[in-house]
Design a protein around this ligand. Structure first.
Ligand code: ARG
Length: 292
């Protein structure tokens, strides 16, 4: 999909790291339907109180690391709204303009979530735009579209939720290059389940979720990859981690091998428990949205 020229990442326009995260209160979180393989067998199985405690602990972790958090209230009838990485893609251009692209959710059940975030960002003074009406295809925001840390370059996963032509159009409109990655394993249905850029030079990935072209593209643009073992990536969402500062990596508890690799690479793993959310196919990265 991508015109796979290798970009000199250090020569791309710089953008600041987003300093804030948005979260969505889990009051209405549950597994009510099955739209990814992790949800199968978990309908009705969420312990709401436990989920609430895990969500609070994640929020406190961000605050402790010096990241400001904001909260959009979860809405009745939208059990997946808590995964607030998916409904939008916030951006800041190298010139300092802030805006947000609104998603077109793949599953009918999740489509009404988007309006809640449009309202939030309007209140924040962001320019909000939907996809062009003439453009077919879906787009699931930061579930599939992930900024290269510190650079105006977008990584775009496709195959299960987002359609790749969306990236081309967004890149043309907003003036950034895109490198697309084909997702090849249904357990890794969003890019954020298998690809976690930690800093400008390093990405934590699960290589088994990509094809040979995709892996080559990742390796050509990051000086170093840290590779999570299959068991931790598939069942504990090891790559759905998040580094808000290029130093700490917030990651699901029990990803022992991945945590050791991170530590050996000079990072500080910060363990949290998100196992109620794993029942729905999400962990740390999906439970928050980075914005400026
Ligand atoms: N149950 C949700 C869904 O399928 C989980 C979303 C997780 N989000 C993510 N960015 N991976 O759509």
């Amino acid at each position: 999909m991508s015109p796979d020229t290798v970009l000199d990442v250090t020569a791309l326009p710089a953008i600041p790291r987003p300093g804030r995260v948005l979260m969505t209160s889990p009051d209405h979180f549950e597994v009510a339907y099955v739209i990814n393989p992790h949800m199968a067998g978990n309908v009705g199985e969420v312990d709401r109180q436990r989920a609430r405690g895990q969500w609070e602990a994640l929020r406190e972790t961000y605050e402790r690391l010096g990241v400001e958090t904001a909260v959009v209230a979860g809405a009745t009838g939208l059990p997946d709204m808590v995964f607030c990485a998916n409904q939008t893609l916030p951006y800041q251009t190298p010139g300092g303009e802030r805006g947000v692209v609104l998603s077109r959710m793949h599953a009918a059940q999740r489509k009404p979530e988007v309006d809640h975030y449009e309202r939030f960002f309007q209140g924040e003074g962001y320019e909000t735009h939907g996809l062009d009406p003439d453009l077919p295809g879906d787009f699931e925001g930061m579930g599939d579209a992930i900024w290269h840390p510190g650079r105006y370059l977008l990584w775009g996963g496709y195959g299960y939720r987002t359609d790749p032509q969306v990236y081309t159009r967004l890149g043309d409109k907003l003036g950034f290059p895109v490198r697309t990655l084909s997702l090849t394993d249904p357990d890794f249905y969003h890019l954020d389940t298998c690809f976690c850029p930690l800093d400008e030079e390093t990405a934590l990935i699960y290589p088994g979720a990509f094809d040979a072209d995709g892996l080559a593209t990742i390796r050509a643009h990051f000086r170093r990859t840290i590779e999570a073992p299959e068991s931790e990536a598939r069942t504990l969402f090891a790559c759905n981690a998040h580094s808000p500062d290029g130093e700490h990596v917030i990651i699901q508890r029990g990803c022992t091998e991945t945590a050791a690799l991170l530590q050996a690479g000079g990072y500080q793993p910060v363990e949290v428990d998100t196992d109620e959310f794993l029942k729905s196919g999400g962990s740390v990265f999906c439970m928050k949205l980075m914005y400026w």
